[in-house]
Design a protein around this ligand. Structure first.
Ligand code: FAD
Length: 551
């Protein structure tokens, strides 16, 4: 008999814990941004997504990736994507938790007691910790509503199904569906950022109960979650680039002429299907005005950009939790890794980054709950590109460092801690899709032209005044730089500095002094190196780590 030696000094996995109840930075961000919020549902969700059963669904949905069936066995086109049952289990849970369109059901203008978007943002962040890639259609379904309202007839039929908590994956006419999901199609081969270069054509084809109908011919090079029930797509109409509502199944039950060419073979984001598609005279209905397609679809893009910031914040939190769980149990050189001074520095530095990301992403979500308030409108416009740019840019490096905390096991896909390898492969996508880094930095420059942004930023930073010299210096200089409207060359630096100032000002109001001081000293005061784990020795490492612990 060949037996292996005894396995010891290998940490037990992080499982069966409540992701909400153990996430103090998230709880404090909610207390600050939505003080009246009843968090019982988030606590239930936090418990559900921490179970071994759900973690197994996440693993299986990533191992058994979606399969395209373009034709049936008799040669008819069916254009269906088959998913593993675990994918459907995850979708059922996410839709059941209301992470797709449910926030829009609350009311058009939530009262100060209601915070449906903050609540949904926190839920989205928690679910991301379990499995981010199937959240792509969940996010797009959430994001579609503001744009879809521009076609009242379509919205009347589809709106209630978008807010339903029933997941119904079967392709059939909307009238027969318990709930629906939606996607978006902008990117074409010749241009993704530059959507005005779209070549897909839209020919007018009369009108019906859903308004002006068109026939779309063309292609989309990236078209995620093609099993969604409908999509908002861009195509060139006689008056210019326009936004269209394109359902997969037409009201008479026939399949629309959307053909899936193939599924992308991606670095990560494995559970989600991302397709290349062609439209051949596909039926679609105008949303908003002809020729106003870009601003129209950007109403959707704004919400998905919020989700990129939320998603990366959730992934950071999960990567940190796994690193803490490992280093608390793993012994090296006679004591747990978490008691080694240099490892404490790495973990504390990651904890600061994770908490700052959570604070900024949840604060941004608040702007969508208070959309009637002028200051919040300016913050939504300013902080959307800033948070999407900065948080997502920080994601990949963060994941690498967290993975390294686990040593070689971090790089291995298998089992519970293989989640870190999955997170590492997932991280870059939030920075690329929905407007890559440069596009976000350039969008910040556009945002500076909308109203008194400099004044709004000064107002936002005001509560932290006088608490840290480095933040005071930055806060004084930023409104001047904003007013001067930086050149394109400086746009990334400006986005970074606005993000850091906003994060610091939020931490001043939501985090303990240990976290706030270490964040400002390192990120604003220059007491920092160029990798994680280079905080100054004056930091209160014990307090920072105790706050970050996942259990
Ligand atoms: C997994 C995945 C799923 C996706 N799903 C969808 C989907 O469902 N629907 C959809 O429509 N799209 C989808 N996309 C596409 C995605 O949104 C685009 O890839 C992205 O917007 C970038 O467009 P592009 O690939 O054409 O790159 P390009 O536009 O060619 O950009 C390349 C680089 O150039 C930079 N750049 C562009 N213009 C400028 C400029 N003026 N100044 C400085 N830098 C610039 C960009 O920041 C980027 O870094 C998906 C992408 C991925 C990876």
């Amino acid at each position: 008999m060949h037996t292996t030696h005894e396995v010891f000094n290998q940490p037990s996995p992080l499982v069966d814990y409540n992701l909400y109840e153990t996430n103090r930075p998230l709880q404090d961000a909610l207390r600050f941004n939505a003080p009246q919020l009843d968090t019982a549902a988030l606590s239930r969700l936090g418990a559900a997504v921490g179970t071994a059963g759900m973690q197994n669904h996440a693993r299986l949905a990533n191992v058994h990736t979606p399969q395209l069936h373009s034709h049936d066995r008799q040669g008819r086109r069916i254009d269906q994507v088959e998913f593993h049952p675990s994918y459907h289990a995850l979708m059922t849970a996410a839709v059941g938790a209301g992470l797709h369109g449910t926030a829009w059901a609350a009311s058009v203008a939530p009262t100060p007691d209601e915070s449906p978007h903050v609540q949904r943002a926190a839920g989205f962040m928690l679910f991301t910790e379990l499995e981010p890639s199937m959240l792509c259609p969940i996010s797009m379904s959430y994001a579609a509503t503001p744009a879809l309202r521009r076609n009242a007839a379509v919205y009347a039929d589809w709106g209630p199904k978008l807010t339903s908590r029933d997941y119904d994956p079967v392709l059939k006419p909307v009238a027969q569906k318990a709930g629906v999901t939606m996607g978006m199609g902008m990117t074409e081969k010749q241009g993704g950022s530059d959507v005005r270069a779209n070549t897909s054509q839209a020919q007018p084809d009369g009108s019906d109960a859903w308004g002006a109908r068109y026939r779309l011919t063309g292609h989309k090079w990236f078209f995620s979650a093609p099993m969604c029930d409908a999509f908002l797509v861009l195509a060139q109409a006689p008056a210019g680039l326009s936004c269209f509502f394109l359902p997969r199944v037409l009201p008479d039950g026939t399949l629309n002429a959307l053909y899936i060419q193939r599924l992308k073979d991606k670095l990560g984001n494995k559970a989600n299907a991302s397709a290349e598609v062609e439209f051949v005279q596909a039926a679609a209905w105008l949303v908003g005005e002809e020729g106003r397609g870009v601003p129209q679809i950007l109403e959707m893009g704004t919400m998905t950009r919020l989700d990129c910031a939320l998603g990366t914040s959730g992934l950071m939190r999960q990567a940190l939790a796994l690193a803490l769980n490992h280093s608390r149990q793993r012994l090296a050189f006679g004591k747990p890794l978490i008691e080694q001074e240099l490892m404490r520095n790495v973990l504390a530095d990651l904890a600061l980054e994770s908490e700052a990301a959570t604070a900024l992403a949840i604060r941004l979500a608040r702007a969508f709950d208070r959309a009637g308030d002028t200051h919040e409108q300016l913050m939504a416009r300013l902080l959307t590109p800033v948070a999407k740019f900065w948080i997502c840019k920080r994601g990949a490096g963060f994941a690498q460092e967290a993975m390294e905390c686990l040593g070689g096991n971090g790089y291995v896909e298998e089992g519970g801690e293989g989640v870190l390898a999955r997170i590492y492969r997932e991280m870059p996508v939030n920075s690329i899709w929905e407007g890559a880094g440069n596009i976000m930095a350039l969008d910040l420059l556009r945002a500076l032209r909308k109203g008194d942004v400099a004044g709004a930023l000064a107002h936002e930073l005001e509560p932290a005044r006088g608490q840290h010299a480095a933040l005071d210096r930055l806060a004084r200089s930023l409104p001047l730089r904003v007013e001067a409207m930086a050149s394109e060359t400086e746009a990334r630096r400006l986005a970074q500095d606005v993000a850091l100032a906003a994060q610091a000002a939020l931490l001043a109001q939501t985090a303990p002094p240990s976290v706030y001081a270490a964040f400002c000293d390192s990120r604003l005061g220059g007491d920092w190196g160029q990798t994680y784990g280079s905080l100054g020795s004056g930091c209160d490492f014990a307090a920072i780590l105790a706050r970050a612990m996942p259990n």
